[in-house]
Design a protein around this ligand. Structure first.
Ligand code: 6GU
Length: 231
């Protein structure tokens, strides 16, 4: 999978050299390229923003650098998926991550300030499939942290990135429920014992207990996941 990131803060993405995703990059499974949007400016100050038409607070990202960057990066493959992280977008879920993990080429356009000139989204739609995606109902200062989260959630679902694919199965949200609790040695720690069933060696009982725990935790913490006609 090829991923390109357009940002005025490319060093946010230095962390993607670490751990699993770093190894996947080294192995050539993930072709991850981070670009400085200011490389597509031509004025002395490398300006990427300007005041909003119609007035109002804050600055808006100018369309010209975005147009040139998308021409170079998005037009490199046939109709890539172009994601603009935005609190005004559809909400990102594990299902979104699974869908996006099948794409050959994803471009992330990280906005800052009060947003990007609206015409950039229209123009991008001529080059690929445009998605505005939000991490949830709260506001970040820009798209960089959201893009990091999405790259990690998507990247780990790309075949070969996570060494043992079984570890992808028994996780929160993969089956619509929260994960069951985990324990390791010692069997008693600070007077707290590991649940007896886990030491029983009875695999059917263990599986049933874990399932019960998943439902109990989901009911307590995330009842919205159990509501069968969520509105
Ligand atoms: Cl994707 N961007 C910004 N700026 N804020 C957010 C977000 C994205 N998702 C939640 N809050």
């Amino acid at each position: 999978m090829r991923i390109d990131v357009l940002s005025i803060f490319p060093s946010y993405f230095d962390g993607l050299t670490l751990s699993l995703l770093g190894k996947a990059r080294d192995a050539g499974i993930l072709d991850l390229n981070v670009h400085d949007l200011r490389d597509w400016t031509s004025d002395r100050h490398r300006t990427v923003d300007d005041t909003p038409y119609g007035g109002g607070a804050g600055m808006v990202m100018k369309p010209e650098p975005w147009g040139l960057a998308l021409d170079e990066v998005a037009a490199a493959t046939e109709r890539p998926t172009i994601i603009f992280p935005s609190p005004a977008g559809e909400v990102f879920t594990q299902a979104t991550a699974r869908d996006l993990a099948t794409r050959e080429h994803i471009v992330f356009g990280c906005g800052r300030y009060e947003g990007i000139d609206e015409r950039v989204f229209e123009y991008a739609a001529a080059l690929g499939e445009v998605r505005l995606i939000s991490l949830g109902d709260y506001v970040l200062n820009g798209g960089e942290v959201a893009t990091m989260a999405m790259i990690e959630a998507i990247g780990r679902l790309v075949p070969g990135v996570v060494g043992n694919p079984e570890s992808l199965v028994e996780e929160s949200h993969e089956d619509g429920l929260l994960e069951y609790p985990s324990y390791t040695k010692p069997a008693v720690w600070r007077e707290r014992a590991v649940p007896e069933v886990l030491l029983s060696g009875n695999h059917a009982r263990i599986a049933q207990w874990r399932r019960d725990q998943q439902f109990e935790r989901t009911r307590a913490r995330r009842p919205d996941l159990l509501a069968d006609d969520a509105d």
